[in-house]
Design a binder for this molecule. Structure first.
Ligand code: PMV
Length: 330
């Protein structure tokens, strides 16, 4: 690298319809199964990165505060990997801002590592095509591979580093599904998904789950193609409960739900009986995502806001992929 360079990027989080849970290689984040998600516009991370010969170490500021030791070492490990591609040993200043709460299962690591990968590779002067960018982001956090791209995205499990990448299966304009997110807790989770992936195989039900996924994935893709929420919705709910049953039966068990989580999960099917078509899913956290169509979004939002234990409701539309932005955070 000739001159110190600075770049900034923005990326949206994503909500998985078919979940990534468990790796066959933890250091490369090679997953045990392919996964499918929708990139979200409203939950964003903006990250600025500047490499400089004058820094004695990496500096990482997230939402105005010095990164925790765990976050710092994840970020610097990813920077080390990217530095090795650019053959430089310059340290970096990293500033990152999220417009949503961190560590509560809203996939901040997806948008965070997607934005970091795009900003840092640009700042290092590396020209990298999209498919490879998804593989690089995957190393930071598996689900970040999917946040490099917009719309409906599949991350292929592949057989190794080369063919475990994400690809857009439908653009965001294909179908305007909305994600109405009920925040029931904003405290940071005790077990990160990084640690959770290691526990997946300790559940006796994990092999059964893996066996059922390829068929569910094709059914979901067909339903998205047909814009058929009545078919997609039950598949998505079933899939979220399948992943959480693996979590709950791991050793030690992982129970991400709060009482208000269950209260929301019980309401959604009741609302459907009255013609309000929404379907729930959850990632590694207590907050509930409700997928619906624009005509029902306001009704679902106001019903969620009235439920006890729901602190805040966010509404997200299909979003675009990670991209370079002109404004820097510092
Ligand atoms: O990318 P990670 O290591 O934060 O894993 C994400 C795991 C889930 O959000 C639970 C599922 C998914 O596919 O996003």
């Amino acid at each position: 690298m000739q001159t110190p360079r600075k770049a900034s990027a923005r990326a949206g989080s994503n909500i998985a319809f078919l979940k990534y849970w468990g790796n066959r290689d933890d250091s490369l984040n090679l997953p045990n199964n392919s996964s499918l998600s929708l990139t979200l516009d409203a939950l964003q991370t903006v990250t600025s990165v500047e490499f400089s010969p004058n820094l004695p170490a990496d500096e990482v500021i997230i939402d105005g505060q010095e990164a925790s030791p765990a976050a710092y070492s994840r970020v610097t490990a990813h920077l080390d990997f990217l530095r090795s591609l650019a053959k430089t040993d310059f340290f970096a200043r990293v500033g990152s801002r999220n417009n949503f709460p961190l560590g509560v299962g809203l996939a901040a690591s997806a948008s965070g590592f997607a934005a970091l990968t795009v900003a840092a590779t640009k700042a290092l002067g590396l020209e990298i095509e999209k498919r490879r960018l998804t593989r690089l982001a995957r190393r930071g956090s598996g689900s970040a591979a999917r946040s490099i791209l917009g719309g409906y995205v599949e991350w292929l499990a592949g057989s190794g580093d080369e063919d475990s990448y994400a690809r857009e299966i439908f653009p965001k304009e294909h179908w305007e599904l909305l994600d109405i997110i009920a925040i029931v807790s904003t405290s940071a989770k005790e077990i990160s998904s990084q640690d959770g992936h290691r526990l997946a195989a300790t559940s006796p039900f994990y092999p059964m789950r893996l066996q059922s996924l390829p068929q569910n994935l094709s059914k979901m893709k067909e339903a998205i193609e047909r814009q058929d929420l009545e078919t997609l919705g039950p598949l998505i709910e079933n899939e979220a409960l399948s992943m959480h049953s693996i979590m709950m039966t791991s050793k030690p068990p992982l129970l991400y739900w709060q009482p208000a989580t269950l209260a929301v999960l019980r309401e959604i099917p009741e609302w459907r009986k009255g013609g309000i078509e929404g379907y729930f899913t959850l990632d590694a956290g207590p907050n509930v995502h409700v997928l619906t169509l624009p005509q029902q979004a306001n009704e679902i939002r106001s019903r969620l806001e009235k439920l006890p234990g729901v602190q805040q409701v966010l509404v997200a539309q299909p979003g675009e992929g990670a991209k370079i932005v002109a404004e820097h955070l510092f």
